[in-house]
Write a protein that binds this ligand. Structure first.
Ligand code: NOJ
Length: 657
């Protein structure tokens, strides 16, 4: 059954727009954007030309509702909600009012802010039966005259020796067991519930990831399943609130958390799956938001560095590749929006929160990397960027050329320029944002930040065009109440003739179209603008349209995911060309995601997995989709022979078929 709201209203935010879309018998599923909310409190609107009918991804932290009509698109801006404007929806105690009580009673008090959580069906680590039996591979997707099979794509090109061919995940999105083994609450455990309370007004519900894939207890099976396919790496994150339930540097370490990840890492190593570890994938301990406002406060810097040092000490020698932060620009852009803005400290508001966060986060990154070096941790470290540089929508149009520069500066550049090229914010940001929005670096801070990375990592899901706002860039930059301020550019997903940039993904991820044809250009731009000796393609992936609407009884249709398969095959083919013909030093590629998982505000409805998870089965059964087989077959034939020999016997048999 579809809701009447379906497909007419998009809730647009920085990075993504999403649609309210489905309801089944037992629950209504909300798929608002990561920060987007139904904007019943609309305050104004702008009209932009019909040619922009595929505009999405309006870069601002405000919340928008976007509707299309025959002649125009109306973008309607709503103010970001604040704690005080929604007191009944999500009461959260004022920042600083919760005492730093690091006892079990203090932890209970933090969990009381959240209320009851769902108890997982499994409560101990499961030892799987190995080796994992692979099902028979799917038949060819298309006749050979129409499309080659994975093993015949660019057969003369190989990935470089040691290439990390991986899958990716993140703690909050897959672990579940949300309150087990001493974990403290993270902001997501709390804020999704706040969102849910608000949404009940609209007869909608959003489920928090209390159980989700239960990777916390099923990791041994999950590692065995990817090893069986010949995948040689897994990029995952550690939950800060499992290591420090109270987050703070002066609070106790949770030994169970340390031991858990030690075993997770050892399990990977035993299976020849290289662990790649992210310290922070958007899930700060809630305690830090309650004590001082989390990443909107300078206090976060030392607490993060202390957490990083603890993790480095615990796993030094077992992990080679580290990321400090996942997609910081996306994380910080959320801070000014409900419900994240419930915990902003004094002096920070919905408008400047994103940039205060950017400043402290960069200092935290630099401090953690400095510690990494001083502690002589073996390996390499950087942060993961997101987004793309952009291309002028109207070629040779100077305003659109400027729009691309603005897009690049506010997207990747805000974090990458200081670290990779200048030690300072992009000039465009400094020209647009006053210092009370964007704190300026001192000379010493600049020195500390510049160069603090060993490689460049990019979650490069797609590439689009950019254009100037209808009122012009200059007018937008001067007008702080322009809904496009401060980035003052629009992303366009259709060419000048009205053709889409690529096939659409699921309507729940309207920010995502498959754009392999631009991959090489994009990688050239990343490398030109933010040079580094090595690049990781740290995430890429696709939602098969409407997959989330299918029931477990339709397993054979769920595992048949041609659009996702085509996405991966075309992206990896272009990546091979990028390495061999353009000389781009890409040394790893990570498919998002290892399995279906909680896509933030979209919950379980937007499916990115190369494995299906049956959330109705008692053991949360996983099934490989076609894309998993295609990926691995492609990879195996594009790897060095040595890598092929290392893959499992079963997978080698599978390759013969
Ligand atoms: C990138 C983020 O790191 C990840 O958490 C998210 O699920 C994927 N993009 C898909 O939106």
């Amino acid at each position: 059954m579809y809701l009447s709201l379906s497909y007419t209203t998009l809730f647009v935010c920085f990075y993504c727009a999403e649609v309210v879309y489905s309801q089944d018998a037992s629950r209504t599923i909300l798929n608002a954007s990561r920060t987007g909310l139904p904007s019943s409190d609309v305050v104004g609107s702008i009209t932009i030309p019909t040619t922009l009918t595929s505009v999405s991804n309006i870069e601002t932290s405000s919340i928008f509702s976007l509707t299309s009509s025959a002649s125009s698109i109306i973008i309607t801006a709503a103010p970001t909600s604040t704690a005080s404007s929604n007191p009944s929806i999500a009461p959260f105690p004022p920042v600083g009012s919760i005492p730093r009580d690091y006892t079990p009673a203090g932890l209970s008090r933090l969990w009381d802010l959240i209320g009851p959580v769902e108890i997982p069906p499994i409560t101990t680590t499961v030892i799987p039966q190995t080796p994992i039996a692979l099902p028979s591979p799917p038949p060819a997707l298309y006749p050979p005259f129409f499309a080659v099979t994975p093993k015949d794509i660019l057969p003369d090109l190989k990935f470089p020796k040691g290439f990390l061919f991986g899958v990716a995940s993140a703690a909050y999105q897959v672990e579940g067991a949300v309150k087990d083994e001493g974990k403290g609450p993270s902001v997501w455990d709390c804020f999704l519930r706040a969102l849910d309370k608000l949404l009940t007004r609209y007869f909608l519900t959003i489920l928090p990831a209390d159980v989700v894939d239960l990777h916390y207890y099923l990791y041994k099976e999950d590692v065995a399943r990817i090893a069986a396919l010949g995948i040689n790496s897994h990029s995952f994150s550690i939950s800060w609130a499992r290591i420090f339930p109270f987050g703070a540097a002066d609070s106790p370490v949770n030994q169970e958390g340390i031991d858990h990840y030690a075993d997770v890492i050892a399990t990977h190593l035993k299976s020849n799956v290289t662990p790649v570890v992210t310290l922070f994938h958007w899930d700060p301990p809630l305690a830090l938001s309650a004590y001082y406002g989390g990443f909107a406060s300078p206090n976060i810097v030392d607490d993060f560095i202390h957490y990083a040092k603890t993790v480095f000490t615990a796993y030094n020698g077992s992990v080679h590749t580290w990321y400090t932060f996942n997609e910081p620009q996306v994380f910080c852009s959320e801070l000014g929006s409900f419900p994240f803005n419930l915990t902003l400290p004094n002096g920070v508001n919905s408008s400047n929160a994103q940039f205060q966060c950017s400043y402290y986060l960069l200092k935290a990154h630099a401090g953690a990397v400095k510690a990494f070096r001083e502690m002589h941790i073996t390996g390499e470290i950087a942060f993961k960027s997101a987004d793309y540089v952009g291309m002028p929508w109207r070629t040779n149009n100077t305003e659109d050329v400027d729009a691309v520069e603005r897009h690049a500066a506010f997207g990747i550049g805000i974090f990458a320029d200081p670290v990779y090229t200048t030690g300072d914010w992009p000039q465009i940001l400094k020209d647009t944002l006053p210092p009370d929005y964007l704190p300026r670096f001192t000379e010493e801070e600049s020195k500390e930040i510049l160069g603090e990375s060993d490689f460049f990592a990019i979650d490069a899901y797609r590439t689009y065009w950019n254009t100037a706002p209808p009122e012009g860039i200059g007018a937008c930059v001067k007008n702080l109440s322009d809904p496009l301020w401060p980035s003052c550019n629009l992303e366009v997903m259709v060419d000048l003739n009205g053709w889409a940039s690529g096939p659409a993904s699921d309507p729940l991820t309207p920010w995502l179209q498959a754009t392999p044809q631009f991959l090489r250009t994009s990688f050239k731009e990343y490398h030109r603008r933010w040079p580094a000796p090595k690049i990781y393609f740290s995430e890429f992936g696709f939602t098969q349209p409407f997959e989330g609407l299918r029931t477990p009884a339709e397993l054979s249709q769920i595992t048949e995911d041609p659009e996702r398969t085509n996405y991966y095959m075309t992206y990896l083919g272009e990546l091979l060309l990028s390495i061999h013909e353009d000389g781009i030093p890409v040394e790893g590629a990570f498919a998002w995601a290892i399995m279906d998982n909680a896509e933030w505000n979209s919950g379980l409805s937007a499916r990115f997995g190369i494995q299906y998870v049956n959330y109705s089965s008692p053991n949360l059964e996983r099934s490989y989709k076609r894309s998993a087989f295609a990926l691995c077959k492609f990879m195996a034939f594009s790897e060095t022979l040595q890598a092929l020999k290392n893959s499992s016997r079963l997978f080698q048999q599978h390759l013969q078929n």
